[in-house]
Design a protein around this ligand. Sequence first.
Ligand code: ADP
Ligand code: MG
Length: 322
Amino acid sequence: DHLVNQIAAGEVVERPASALKEMLENSLDAGSTRISVDLAQGGIKLIRVTDNGGGIAAEDLPLALDRHATSKIASLDDLESVATLGFRGEGLASVASVSRLTLVSRPQDAEHAHQIIAIDGTLHPVEPAAHPHGTSVEVVDLYFNTPARRKFLKSENTEYAHCAATFERIALAYPEVEFLLRHNGKVAWRLPSQSAEDRVAALLGKDFVAAAIPLDSQAGPLALTGFVASPTYSKASRDAQYFYVNGRFVRDKTAQHALRQAYRDVLHHDRHPAYALFFTLEPSGVDVNVHPTKIEVRFRESQAVHQFLFHSVHKALAGTTA
Ligand code: ADP
Ligand code: MG
């Protein structure tokens, strides 16, 4: 079972940034309004995520680290309408099987906190602990027990860059949540609760905002908000391609194709389209259970989605060149 967990962990926890993603998604699912991240040595030495969300009851702490235990869906049918970022119940179990993990939590109605420690995937007894309302997950020495995987990690700087990118992708989609990111004790991002526009400006910078065309369109259950950059956005600037489906950052072929086509139609080029776009549709219109890390999705009516995205972006771009 231990080995099975470690092998499965490889699919979900490819590197520190993937562990961070699982942890941040759990904090958001718990309804947190404030989330802090501490990293050391690119996340290899330490990833600690602290939130002020709903917390986990003492008796549920072992369950939270159990593979396939999720509190978010009760049956397969619920997958149709899943509104949380997690639902597979393997994020924390995977991280725990390849690290020394401490989970400390205090639900809103609990007098004090409890904690559980997992080393190498083995759970220690639940004990009382000190913690404010909310949850902290601390992951130390990722892959200490799987040297073969550890060998595949890149330099601290590279692993940190992946962690920062993961943090930024998530922070961009949750502007109402306050975020803090520290690396080796130094603050990298301090983001207050703010408007979507201010969050985009904070994370993507002034040159993106100066070139950004706001977008807000709707057709039935489909809605698209956010910004597309006009051609004045210098292609020397770093790539800014952020596309979200129901609050989840994804790489989607349908969306990429629709956007490229709109850029080509209006601007006669499709080099470096830059965008931060938030697409929402009814949960049953999209299958998020295609890939263990949920980076890919499948739309039930991909043609309708393609058309909607194309027209929305086309209209926004054309409006500025007319
Ligand atoms: P999933 O998110 O797919 O349900 P995880 O393995 O990521 O699975 O987490 C397992 C369970 O632990 C969650 O269903 C949730 O009940 C609980 N949990 C994990 N992190 C937190 C958190 N930060 N706050 C509250 N509950 C949490
Ligand atoms: Mg999760």
